[in-house]
Design a protein around this ligand. Structure first.
Ligand SMILES: [Zn+2]
Length: 374
């Protein structure tokens, strides 16, 4: 769900965020919440709870915006900020170039949270906790302090993990080594959280224990994914999408009948084929497109009626980074990414199988070293 743009960065709210928003609002408005002690009507209490939850998520957004603005100042384009059940995430399209830049980029978020905590804390002290606004600010101070401190834990995927990575990188002049260490610490930290969660479910029942387990599990998956991603990125460094592309098993002329196309795809054992008009790429037809075909029989239908048209197909330029192609496959879940040049010529597909094959056959020591590290 796209909610808008700030400083040219698209803000996306995931559906899972609504769940955590409802949970936080409910916890704030409940009889155990912070507004219980002050003398307000139930209606006002609910409004205060929802308002406070919104302000808390605005603080999380500010934390992410701080990362994004520092990234932009370093010349790294920011695709989007996504708010989801476990907080926020900024997707950057490139990596910082120096350890100092990486450390500053990572530190900007927690710094923002801690500054917000201090400002809200002082304001709350000024107002006193008898005033509704004082309670709101006191809650925001605590919540931002927790977000800031938690994110400084030196483990992937927390910001502190990125700071640790930058420090190791600065000392050893080896970014990969920093990634490995921060990733390893991340895995250990995640397991500790899961263990703590399980123990507290055992002794205190569900609730926070279950929550800790879920967060730990999410952190574990992120830390492992981060390690894998880093290895691949190093291995693919300096290679273009075109270098990794594999030719299509065949190309279909635009006037091919659908039944001929389907028979060809089944006989070649492929999921997708490009459709061309002369030399130009005009669309992509996948096996799934045939299942939606109704109306005239396949013998009477042209493949162009079933295919996804070129401007609806996600494609990549031949000179783009190989790791970018892989990232798109990962994000979209597509099986193949067409490589199409500026003149609209189809040059091949980047597929996951193709990338694995390419990696396996690489003799370059740089690629092998990146993949063989434990
Ligand atoms: Zn952060």
């Amino acid at each position: 769900m796209r909610i808008g743009q700030i400083f040219g960065v698209t803000i996306i709210v995931d559906v899972s965020w609504l769940f955590i928003f409802a949970l936080v609002s409910w916890a704030l408005g409940s009889s155990a919440g912070p507004f219980h002690a002050i003398d307000v009507t139930p209606g006002v209490r609910v409004a205060l709870a929802i308002g406070t939850a919104l302000l808390f998520f605005a603080s999380v957004l500010l934390h992410e915006l701080a990362h994004s603005l520092v990234a932009k100042s370093q010349g790294i384009p920011v695709k989007e900020i996504r708010l989801f059940i476990f907080g926020g995430a900024s997707s950057l399209t490139a990596e910082p170039k120096t350890p100092l830049a990486a450390a500053w980029l990572a530190f900007a978020g927690p710094l923002t949270s801690l500054v917000l905590a201090v400002i809200c804390g002082f304001a709350a002290m000024g107002l006193g906790t008898a005033a509704p606004l004082g309670v709101v600010l006191a809650y925001l101070a605590t919540a931002n302090a927790i977000v800031g401190v938690f994110n400084l834990v030196p483990a992937f995927p927390m910001d502190g993990g990125r700071i640790l990575q930058a420090i190791v990188w600065a000392i050893s002049h080896d970014r990969m080594r920093g990634t490995r260490i921060a990733g390893r610490v991340g895995v250990v930290f995640a397991w500790l959280m899961i263990a703590y969660g399980i123990v507290s479910v055992w002794f205190q029942g569900f609730g926070t224990g279950l929550w800790f387990t879920f967060i730990g599990w999410f952190l574990l998956l992120s830390a492992q994914g981060e390690e894998r991603q880093a290895k691949l990125q190093v291995a693919l460094r300096g290679h273009s999408a075109l270098q990794l592309a594999v030719p299509a098993a065949a190309t279909l002329a635009a006037d091919t009948h659908a039944d001929t196309a389907l028979k060809l795809m089944l006989s070649k054992g492929v999921r997708a084929l490009p459709v061309v008009l002369g030399d130009r790429f005009v669309g992509l037809v996948t096996l799934g497109d045939f299942t939606h075909a109704d109306g005239p029989s396949l013998e009477e239908t042209y493949v162009t009626a079933l295919m996804k048209r070129d401007h609806d197909v996600t494609a990549i330029a031949p000179s783009a980074d190989a790791s970018e192609a892989l990232a798109i496959l990962g994000k979209t879940g597509f099986h193949q990414l067409p490589v199409v040049d500026l003149d609209g010529m189809f040059l091949g597909f980047v597929t996951r199988e193709g990338v694995i094959d390419w990696l396996a056959h690489q003799r370059e020591p740089q690629v092998q070293a990146a993949l063989n590290h434990p």
